[in-house]
Design a protein around this ligand. Structure first.
Ligand SMILES: Nc1ncnc2c1ncn2[C@@H]1O[C@H](COP(=O)(O)OP(=O)(O)OP(=O)(O)O)[C@@H](O)[C@H]1O
Ligand SMILES: [Mg+2]
Length: 304
């Protein structure tokens, strides 16, 4: 048990700090598509409770509640994320977007309601460590900030979780890491250390690291908010590519253009509830509620 602690911490660290940011030359280097997902086999024993049934939603949540002490953040949130869908979550600052996303990955435990992620019931108390590792192998999380392990090479960063969580052999994990590094145009940086990379390169390494886990579902928390405007298009392109590869994606974003271009659907979260949801272009072009109209007006820099 004690010897497993460093592994659990490393895995959690990876999951907590994976970020999405791309370097400036990526567009030119991504002439070939992101590799098809599931190319590499995943150890089935890692996800004993996960039903890989494509007819069930990737994520289903009903009357979801989350409190921090006396602060009620999610007050009965309902919805579902279908497989292969790209769903954007928008809403005012502090309305609970990140919290909802973190519930999907069990980084936050819920206080009420139902939450099924890839078939796993996250409302159940006492999930085992094995179940949690299985969940986190299937549900990737990408944050605004990246956090590579500074004492490890790029290759070391990319191969750690696949070896420890997916049980891949060193040779196989290296092969996969190089494959994804090539895809993000950083094949020559495998032996570099993070502090030898530019910010953009570090960000691309972080993406490759997320892809190395071959997740079924990717959660993105404001993936473009720290990017220079000229890099946003490259992120959209890559995320669209991921969607075309069949990736199920939930994207928290403040960028309405991003939600419109990448999202199939939008959930507008307000005061801990889904206030409006529907087709991304429809919802963002013709909001039904006054609150969403006001929110969108503020986002576009004008007052409603
Ligand atoms: N670990 C925590 N402990 C206590 N309160 C928390 C915790 N995490 C979040 N909160 C509170 O929950 C509320 C929702 O936070 P959350 O980060 O989900 O908002 P958000 O919609 O993502 O906002 P933003 O757009 O600014 O990122 C906030 O009031 C926040 O202060
Ligand atoms: Mg947030």
């Amino acid at each position: 048990m004690v010897s497993n602690r460093p592994l659990a911490i490393a895995v959690l660290g990876l999951r907590l700090h994976i970020s999405l940011m791309w370097g400036g030359t990526l567009a030119a280097k991504l002439n070939h598509p992101i590799p098809t997902l599931h190319r590499f086999p995943v150890a089935p024993y890692l996800s004993p409770n996960i039903a890989m049934d494509n007819s069930t939603p990737a994520i289903y949540f009903q009357d979801l509640e989350k409190r921090f002490g006396s602060l009620s953040v999610l007050n009965g949130v309902n919805g579902q994320i279908n497989r292969g869908e790209v769903v954007s979550i928008i809403g005012p600052s502090g309305c609970g977007k990140s919290t909802l996303l973190r519930c999907f990955n069990h980084l936050e435990t819920i206080n009420g309601g139902q939450l099924l992620v890839d078939g796993m019931d996250l409302a159940k108390p006492n999930l085992t460590r094995k179940q949690l590792l299985g969940l986190r192998a299937k549900v990737g999380m990408v944050f605004q900030q990246f956090n590579l392990f500074p004492h490890m090479t790029v290759l070391g960063n990319l191969t750690l979780a696949p070896r420890k969580v997916l049980g891949q052999a060193a040779k196989e994990s290296s092969r996969m890491a190089r494959f994804y590094l090539d895809k993000v145009g950083l094949g020559e940086k495998a032996d570099s250390y993070p502090d030898q990379l530019s910010g953009g390169q570090k960000q691309r390494v972080a993406i490759a690291r997320a892809l190395c886990m071959q997740p079924d579902i990717m959660l993105f928390d404001e993936p473009t908010s720290a990017l220079d405007p000229e890099l946003v298009g490259e992120v959209l392109m890559v995320m669209k590519q991921l969607a075309e590869e069949g990736m199920t994606m939930v994207v928290v974003t403040h960028e309405m253009q991003f939600a419109k271009e990448v999202g199939d659907r939008v959930l507008f979260l307000n005061q801990g509830r889904v206030e409006e949801e529907g087709d991304a272009r429809e919802v963002l072009s013709s909001p039904r509620s006054d609150r969403l109209r006001t929110f969108l007006s503020r986002m576009s820099g004008t007052l409603a």
